[in-house]
Ligand binder design. Structure first.
Ligand code: IPD
Length: 289
């Protein structure tokens, strides 16, 4: 028996319950905006819906019931969160990271890259990850030392890609709209394309991207400025357990740390991540401002 199995079972159970709730909000008018979602704007282009809040409450209640002493960092409920400033490391102990709907903008538009993301972190290292897309009905799971499964079958990262030339890269542009951020993001894409990148995508869900990297469905995921640890905690375990690396895109071969606030990530096989980062150069836009 490998480690963290009780946390893994709970995360899977909670993800399935969450998925039911998310599906219940799904508009039947395919291709139209999800009118049943009751959308609010958090700030700028960052959205939250009634479904996000409801799912987060259900999932956090399930966690509190099963592991009453653990801390929970949810995307929406700031009152419940342990406090930490932008870029500050997670404290030691047992912490759950919950993104009730990763890809809220997609959800609002009925674009099916939407995932529940539940990660368990022990002593600052992500140990368990479950990412569930209720529309494609794909559940990705991993616990430290036990490999990654997609709907119960073992998966691995894309090892055929050895450089940017055979890489399918997914690069989300999140919620930042500063001029220098936009310029830097566009220049980075140009550099990859000029270096011969095979394919460029942007899905709108960080958790879904990491799950796709873990299962070899894309070769690499890069994002400078993802929204918070709830976007990446679960997916980090999926990728590492599937044989990949998850680095902080601002460092040199630097494993992504669990920190509060926005972050920067590049995930995939070591070879491809090295190539993608070398071509991009270090991001200059300061997320800590
Ligand atoms: C966002 C999504 C998006 C990423 C942003 C995240 P949310 O999370 O993962 O793909 O680009 O950085 O904040 O707001 O949909 O939960």
């Amino acid at each position: 028996m490998t480690n963290y199995q009780s946390q893994l079972s709970l995360a899977k159970e909670a993800a399935k319950v969450a998925g039911e709730i998310i599906r219940s909000y799904h508009s039947t008018s395919v291709g139209r905006s999800n009118n049943s979602a009751k959308v609010n704007v958090k700030s700028g282009v960052d959205l939250v819906t009634e479904a996000d809040t409801r799912v987060e409450k259900v999932v956090t209640d399930m966690i509190k019931n099963a592991f009453p002493n653990d801390l929970i960092v949810g995307e929406e409920d700031q009152a419940e969160r342990p406090k930490g400033g932008q870029g500050e490391n997670f404290p030691a102990g047992s912490i759950w990271c919950v993104d009730p709907i990763d890809g809220t903008t997609n959800f609002v538009h009925n674009y099916p890259f939407v995932a529940v993301s539940i990660g368990f972190i022990h002593n600052s290292v992500p140990r368990v990850g479950v990412v569930y897309n209720p529309f494609t009905n794909c559940l990705y799971e991993a616990a430290e030392g036990s490999g990654t499964l997609m709907n119960g079958k073992p998966v691995r990262i894309d090892t055929d890609a050895t450089s940017i030339k055979d890489c399918l890269l997914v690069n989300n542009i999140g919620h930042l709209r500063n001029d220098d951020f936009i310029e830097e993001s566009s220049e980075r894409i140009q550099k990859w394309l000029k270096a011969g990148l095979r394919g460029f995508r942007a899905s709108g869900s960080a958790a879904q991207n990491l799950a796709h990297v873990a299962s070899g469905q894309v070769s690499c995921y890069f994002e400078h400025g993802f929204g918070g640890p709830w976007d990446v905690a679960a997916g980090t375990v999926l990728v590492r357990e599937a044989g990949g690396v998850v680095w902080d895109a601002r460092g040199d071969c630097d494993d992504l740390k669990m920190t509060f606030g926005k972050g920067s990530v590049c995930a995939g096989s070591r070879q491809v991540v090295e190539d993608v980062l070398k071509i991009a150069g270090k991001p200059k836009f300061d997320l800590n401002l």
